[in-house]
Design a protein around this ligand. Sequence first.
Ligand code: CMC
Length: 385
Amino acid sequence: MADVQTPQVSKGLEGIYIDESSICKVDGQAGKLYYRGYPIEAVCKNASYEEVAFLLLNGRLPNKAELDDITKTMAKERDLPDGVIQIIKEMNGKAHPMDTLRSAFSALSAYDKEVTDQSSEANMRKAIRIISKVSSIVAAIGRLQKGQPYIKPDTTLDHVTNFLYMLNGRKPTQLEYNIVKDMFILHAEHSSNASTFGTLVAASTMADMYAAVTAGIATLKGPLHGGADEAALKMMGQIGNPNNTEQYIEDALAGKQKIMGFGHRVYKTYDPRARIVRDYLLQIKDSSSPEVRTYTEIALRAEKLMIDKLGASKGIWPNIDFFAGPIYLAAGVPADLFTPIFAASRSVGWTAHVLEYWQNNRIFRPLEIYTGKVDLQYVPIDKRA
Ligand code: CMC
C-alpha cells in the first residue's frame, strides 16, 4: 500500500508490479521471452497459432486431441454476423482500420448470448470465440478496403491460412504463410504491456470480456505501442533512398525525435522477437519488389546506426516492430493492417490475462498526488473575469 506520508509517483507505472502471472516472462536484461515457460524461439519453430492459443489460455501444451479440438472450435467460430460486416462497410474508407476494428469488435457483444455469463467455462468459450473472430474482422477490413467483396471464412483451413485467404482471396505461398504465422505467434502475448494492462483495468471492474478486449484494442493503437510497426514503415518511406538513412536518423535524434521501432520499457538489449523478424528480413532482402528491397536496406542501415549510437550507451535496441513493415509488405499485407493484425494476434494474450485475473479479481484503483488548490470560494458567473 502507498505510504500516504511520502507518496511517490512512478510515471508510466515504471517498476510497479500489478500482480503475479504465470503466462509470460519477459527477461529484459538477457533478451529472452517465454510463453508459459517455453522459449519464444522454440514456440515459433514448432507451434501453430492454434497451439499457442491453447498454451497461453490453458497453461500447458495440448495433446493431439486437445489441439484438434481447439483448431476445430476456432474454425467453427470464424464467421461474422452480418451486422458486424455492415459496420465494417460503413466505416470503410472513412476510418483507420484500427478504428474500424475497435467499433466492429465492440459490436460483436450484441451477437454473443453468453456475454454476461461469467462462469469460467463460458469465459473460456468467449475467449476462443473472440480470438477467432478478431482475425476475421481484420481480414474483412483489409479485403473491403481493397474494394473487393467480403470472403466468408473457410473452416477447412488453419487459422493463419484462412486469415490470408479471407484477405487476399487465395491461399498464401509458403513464405507468406511463414511470415504471417510467426508474426501472429510473436505478437500473441507480452506480459503487462499497455494494452494488456488496459484490458485488465476494464476487466477488473467486472465489465464483460468484449468490453475488456475493446479497451485493449483502443490502447494498442498508439505509435508508442502497437502502432509502432506502421509508424516505422512510414519513417522508412520518408527516408525514401537508402543513402539518406544516416542523415535522416542523425537529424531526427538531434531534434529529440524518437525513432519508431526502437526502445522498450523492459528490454534493455536486443528484443528476441526482433531477431526472428530480422531473419525474415535477410530472407527477403533480394525480393523482386523494388519497394521491399529499398525498405530492407533502409532498415538494416538504420539498425546499424541506432545500435552504434544508442545500443550500449542507452539500452535502446530494435524492437519487434522495426523490421515488421518490410516483411509484412513482402507477405502482401498493407501497412495500415499491421496494427490490426497485432491486435488479432494479441487477443490471445488479452483474454488469457483476463481469465487469469478473474480467478482472483480486484478492481484497479491507483492514486494520484493532487497538486491543485482547495477550499476556493465559488464565484458567480457574472462576477468572473
Ligand atoms: N528513439 C530515440 N530515443 C529513444 C527511443 C527511440 N525509439 N526510445 C526511447 N528513447 C530515449 C528517450 O528519448 C529518453 O531519452 P532521455 O533519457 O535522454 O530523455 C530515454 O530513451 C527513455 O525513453 P522513454 O520514452 O522514457 O522510455 P519508456 O520506457 O517510457 O518508453 C517506449 C518505451 C517503447 C515507449 C519508447 O522506447 C519509444 O517511444 N519507442 C518508440 C516506439 C516503439 O517502438 N514502440 C514499440 C514498443 S515494442 C512493441 C510493443 O510492445 O508495443
